[in-house]
Design a protein around this ligand. Sequence first.
Ligand SMILES: C[S@@+](CC[C@H](N)C(=O)[O-])C[C@H]1O[C@@H](n2cnc3c(N)ncnc32)[C@H](O)[C@@H]1O
Length: 295
Amino acid sequence: MTLGELIASGARQLEQAGVAFGHGTTNAHDEAAWLVLWRLGLPLDSDLDSMKNQPVAPASQAQVATIFEERIATRKPAAYLTREAWLQGVPFYVDERAIVPRSFIAELIAGGGIDEFLSDQTRRVLDLCTGNGSLAVLAAMAWPEVEVTGADLSPDALAVARVNVDRHGLQERITLAQSDGLAALPGPWDLILCNPPYVNAASMAALPPEYRAEPELALAGGDDGMDFIRQLLADAPARMGENAVLVLEIGNERPYFEAAFPQLPVFWLETSAGEDQVVLVTRQALAAHHPHTAQ
Ligand SMILES: C[S@@+](CC[C@H](N)C(=O)[O-])C[C@H]1O[C@@H](n2cnc3c(N)ncnc32)[C@H](O)[C@@H]1O
């Protein structure tokens, strides 16, 4: 079999098994290519067109077959099998203790989509709900002059974040902290990035097994998905600098967000997923919304 035939055959198997995508790929071909290249020890950015006719030895074919069997039998996201996920061209270690990196905030950090809301005074950046640490790492890479704190409630997630901070040699610039929301994080922060648990209860009940393989703490946001966000928006203004902003991912929950905070003026930031997934809120807007908590 050739490399191209192995990928096509793997893609057919994934489709027939009805696996779900969304943890780094969006379709069977891309996921099959990822698994085949990884199993064969080839770079994930290989030029498949020029390599597709390369023959693959029977022993390697057998190894590839095993990884597809595992993907289909366990229904775990591919990244939990390969122990690696890529975001904005940056590799991250990942395992079942933390969610697979895929936040759309990563695009905004790397693409300059937040920069107009920052200034030369922006120094203290908080990645709240850091999980695997990917947004903290990308923030430290994008803004060399800032110091980043990555915080999470889960010690397991923080252990994964630690691997990624060390892997990228950012120990001097990124501090990891355990905190329930902002409770242990007085600030004042100049920028808060947050990809929180925001999946509503009905959506949680309908999630494919790939998402159930991830920590529930990372996804479940209560009945309307807004439990964590409600507390965060109330607590945030007192912990933000005068001109600070909060960048918050809310996934597909815009209707719930708008129902929960109808009076709050926000900026919807455009990502490859559209204009509904990430909001930016200024401290001033939050303080006006929660005047009693903004000291
Ligand atoms: C959707 S994941 C985001 C992970 C990572 N920032 C990313 O974008 O890939 C949400 C994270 O929030 C954490 N979390 C859940 N409840 C929390 C709380 N009350 N305080 C702090 N972190 C919390 C979870 O442990 C999980 O790591």
